[in-house]
Ligand binder design. Structure first.
Ligand code: HEM
Length: 394
């Protein structure tokens, strides 16, 4: 996600370009070899080692999430842009809605969704993976959970892209305008749906937001809208991005793909290893609130600290052979879902969706490759792959 002012946004985009989103791991290696911190540009530091990441996450009062996300929202995104102690109230309400038990209950529905979209492509001999599977599959599941209409998927995708991909990075004023306009539309859309749910509650997450209480108090309408804003962008984008990175990797690595096709039991550890290797959310930002020491280096107040999830996931202090992708790792303590209090709320849902997708896809389409002449595209933002033209080879 992007950060604060126009200048910061430009600088963060430069960092993303520096990282080469198609294959950032060699840059991660260079950063780690140079030390635990990387001073990427004036005012921007990246915590690259796991030690640096863990230390930074212990001090949200110094490395704050407040005021860092300026994505067309007029109030803080909840809970992402709220620091402790206020943050815990929201997690108390939200965590149970995305707990593993809840995900067990919807696993069959998730598999049915995967097969529904596989039905539409399996006989075609190939597909554009991003648009034909990676977008509709997790979006359908997410909209159903939230209680939002599938027929309006295109509207939700337009709103999500208006926030996360408002332009190509060449005109920051225009990008900010698109985000601000889209942000207003998001607030208005959810306000109207919440009015409906207040009149007629359903068995969906929006109705649960309205009914939820913590310490005897309900969430205000504004708080619920600020949660919905974040959910729209977090819930619709991240699994799509992860799937596109995973399948680009698998299309390029037949020996890994065949491990999955021949032994589906390996899927859970394959998902963890691909999350580690691809790190789809590579470097969430924090605002430095006061001059701060991190691994003995002073980081000046007012700057941005990027939490280098990507490099920390190939830190040799944590992983043996970090640059080998091995589906047989016995333990895999990766940080693809973040560290500290803001660790991903949707990780159980995301894991379930990724596992089911890998299992069902390879059961039905075990052999595929990149269609000849395909040029993969890696847009700025979170790591994702476009124009992923696949064709079946079995
Ligand atoms: C593979 C997919 C996903 C990845 C890699 C991912 C990654 C992350 C990361 C790294 C963070 C921490 C950000 C930070 O520290 O600033 C985060 C936070 C969050 N994620 Fe995810 N995420 C994924 C899927 C989802 C899904 C499906 C949802 C929908 C419910 C979701 C909802 C959230 C929320 C609400 C937060 C903020 C948590 C807080 O601030 O307490 N994520 N995610």
């Amino acid at each position: 996600m992007d950060a604060t002012s126009e200048g910061d946004a430009a600088q963060l985009l430069e960092i993303q370009q520096l990282l080469d989103y198609s294959a950032p791991q060699p840059t991660y290696r260079d950063m780690l070899l140079a030390g635990g911190l990387d001073t990427t540009g004036p005012g921007v530091t990246m915590a690259v080692s796991r030690e640096a990441l863990n230390e930074a996450a212990k001090h949200p009062e110094l490395f704050s999430s407040e005021g860092i996300y300026n994505l067309g929202n007029t109030r803080p995104l909840i809970p992402l842009a709220v620091d402790p102690p206020g943050h815990s109230k929201y997690r108390k309400i939200l965590d149970p809605l995305f707990a593993p038990k809840r995900m067990d209950a919807i696993e069959d529905a998730i598999a049915a969704r995967a097969n529904h979209f596989l039905d539409t492509i399996v006989d075609r001999g190939g597909c554009e993976y991003h648009d034909d599977f990676a977008v509709p599959y997790p979006s359908a599941i997410f909209l159903e959970l939230m209680g939002l209409p599938w027929e309006e998927l295109d509207t939700f995708l337009r709103l999500k892209d208006g926030i996360l991909r408002p332009g190509d990075g060449s005109d920051f004023e225009e990008m900010a305008r698109v985000q601000a306009e889209t942000g207003q539309e998001i607030y208005q859309y959810f306000d109207a749906v919440l009015d409906e749910r207040a009149r007629e509650p359903r068995d969906d997450i929006l109705s649960q937001f309205l009914a939820a209480e913590v310490d005897g108090a309900r969430l205000t309408r504004e708080e619920i809208l600020d949660i919905c804003f974040l959910f729209l962008i977090a819930g619709l984008d991240t699994v799509t991005d992860s799937l596109s990175c995973f399948f680009a990797f698998l299309a390029h690595h037949p020996e890994h793909r065949r491990q999955i096709s021949s032994d589906p039991a390996i899927v859970p550890s394959a998902v963890e290893e691909l999350l580690r290797w691809e790190s789809p959310v590579p470097n969430p930002p924090r605002l430095v609130t006061a001059d701060a020491e991190l691994l003995g280096t002073t980081i000046a107040a007012g700057g941005v600290l990027m939490l280098g999830i990507g490099p920390a996931n190939v830190d040799p202090e944590v992983f043996a052979d970090p640059f080998d992708v091995r589906f047989d790792r016995e333990t895999n303590p990766h940080v693809a879902f973040g560290v500290g209090v803001h660790r991903c709320l949707g990780s159980h849902l995301a894991r379930r969706e990724l596992r089911v997708a890998l299992r069902e896809w390879h059961r039905r389409i075990p052999e595929y490759e990149l269609a000849p002449g395909t040029e993969l595209e890696y847009p700025p933002g979170l790591r994702s792959v476009r124009n992923l033209q696949l064709r079946w080879t079995n």
